[in-house]
Ligand binder design. Structure first.
Ligand code: ATP
Ligand code: MG
Length: 171
């Protein structure tokens, strides 16, 4: 079912506005002239994915930092990337963060609060959408989580051309 990720992101940003403000974190969508991003997805489940990734980026990124949700349009897929400029995730933890209850810095994570289930759920939901989550992280540079979803529509230009190419004959 067609879902607009651009609108979903705006809604999530306003839900997380308070915790972002507390940490002085700026929330952004890129490209910034993007109005709609339609994908085939279970909206409620993908909202859980986006919410956890954005919330993580705010909680574990730097105070006064930036969180960017970046959309890239391919032919058949949209790539969604959630990026922060925080401390990053140490290499040796990278493939374990998707395990249930796994949290990187026990003391710091405890202070922040959470169960360690978020990324396990993210992985599970994306699996059910026949796609997977990727993570890239550099110490002191930040972390990017990304995944792809199938586009719901081809571009408006294509739709237009197709309509033009098939003459309607009423008999
Ligand atoms: P929950 O999501 O259940 O409230 P949580 O956020 O601790 O709890 P996950 O979302 O699964 O659980 O994240 C697991 C751990 O991965 C976090 O505790 C944190 O240590 C680390 N982590 C997740 N995202 C980031 C990030 N953007 N930058 C740095 N560390 C991160
Ligand atoms: Mg989380």
């Amino acid at each position: 079912n067609p879902t607009d990720l651009r609108l979903m992101t705006t809604n999530i940003f306003s839900r997380l506005e308070n915790i972002a403000q507390d940490r002085g974190v700026t929330l952004k969508v890129k490209p910034d002239d993007l109005h709609e991003v339609w994908v085939k997805a279970d909206a409620d489940r993908i909202e859980q994915v986006m919410l956890n990734l954005i919330e993580n980026a705010i909680k574990y990124g730097n105070e006064g930092g930036k969180v960017i949700v970046h959309f890239t349009e391919g032919k058949k897929y949209i790539e969604i990337a959630v990026r922060d400029n925080g401390p990053g995730i140490p290499h040796e933890h990278l493939n374990r963060i998707f395990e249930r209850f796994y949290r990187v810095d026990k003391s710091r994570s405890k202070e922040i609060g959470g169960t360690g289930l978020g990324l396990a759920i993210v992985k599970h939901i994306l699996n059910a959408h026949n796609t997977k989550i990727a993570v890239m992280s550099k110490p002191d540079k930040g972390t990017t989580f990304s995944f792809k979803l199938e586009k719901a529509y081809t571009s408006a230009a294509n739709d237009f051309n197709e309509a033009e190419a098939i003459p309607h004959v009423n008999s």
